[in-house]
Write a protein that binds this ligand. Structure first.
Ligand code: NAP
Length: 256
């Protein structure tokens, strides 16, 4: 049985990925997120598909709580073959809005610091023969978009952390995989008021992620039109990006 630890398993992409994996491979899951009730519901679904699952309610932004949970989970699983660091939050917040830095801190605690808390421990907890750490970044790492400075920069940091870890962990026999989705229909995107081109289902995205992991891809980016669009924005000279940004009319209430 494949021994899998996954954060952010209660909803969205994490939940869909657990179900997709269980449909293809009987596994022993350690399910992590804050909502215990939703994790228990997922455990029943996974058990109906022939897998086993353990539930670990935990806030990944709390270092002691998260690291204790990782240790406990690896003891129960007897080592981890696949760790998916998927938990994340996103809030649209203008820099000019009140309490910007509070939102910034919450996003960084969940999206960035949690990755550091996990990857400093995981090499000791992984089974090591072809084990994998999968880290959820985003195609939003390409540029600093308005009202998303905290989220975009957090994902840019995550992409770079995963890239460094991929090099550092190679000699340990641990692969590090970066996942960069475009827009996926989940609770995270449900609150977005702006257009989301090429929005895709969580189940569809889970299929792409699992296929990429099985094929030993190092970076799994999708969907293709958004990959091309964000690559274009990333490579665009700064003067051109700034010129185009002049046509953007912000719609925010400043507290100044
Ligand atoms: N949806 C998209 O369009 C999209 C695009 C690119 C990248 N991503 C990335 O994909 C990942 C999953 O996103 P999603 O769309 O599936 O989001 P989602 O539906 O909002 O689910 C987020 C998951 O993270 C968990 N979580 C959040 N804060 C947590 C905390 N402090 N401690 C433990 N668990 C926490 C939530 O569980 P609890 O609330 O139960 O704790 C939930 O299971 C994120 O890293 C996100 O940035 C999403």
């Amino acid at each position: 049985m494949l021994k899998i630890l996954i954060t952010g398993a209660s909803r969205g992409i994490g939940r869909a990925l657990c179900i997709e994996i269980a449909r293809n491979e009987k596994s022993h899951f350690a399910l992590i997120s804050r909502n215990e009730e939703l994790l228990r519901q997922l455990r029943s679904e996974l058990e109906n598909l022939g897998s086993i699952a353990e539930v670990f309610p935990c806030d990944v932004g709390n270092k002691t709580e998260f690291q204790d949970t990782l240790k406990k989970a690896s003891i129960i699983l007897k080592g981890i073959d696949l760790a998916v660091l998927n938990a994340g939050v996103s809030y649209n917040k203008w820099i000019f809005e009140e309490n910007y830095s509070n939102t910034f801190e919450e996003i960084y605690r969940t999206n960035v610091f949690s990755i550091a808390y996990a990857i400093e421990l995981l090499p000791n907890l992984m089974t090591k023969n072809n084990s994998k750490i999968v880290i959820l970044s985003s195609l939003a790492d390409a540029r600093g978009f308005p009202s998303s400075s905290a989220y975009c920069s957090s994902k840019s940091a995550v992409t770079k952390i995963a890239e460094s870890a991929r090099i550092e962990f190679k000699h340990l026999g641990i692969d590090v995989v970066t996942v960069k989705p475009g827009f996926v229909k989940t609770d995270m995107t449900a609150k977005n008021k702006f257009p989301m081109p090429f929005l895709m289902d969580a189940d569809e995205s889970a299929k792409i992620i699992w296929k990429g992991i099985k094929r030993n891809k190092k970076v799994i980016s999708f969907p293709l039109p958004m990959v091309i669009l964000t690559r274009f924005l990333y490579c665009m000279p700064n003067f051109l990006f700034d010129f185009l940004a002049k046509f953007y009319k912000p719609n925010f209430k400043s507290h100044y």
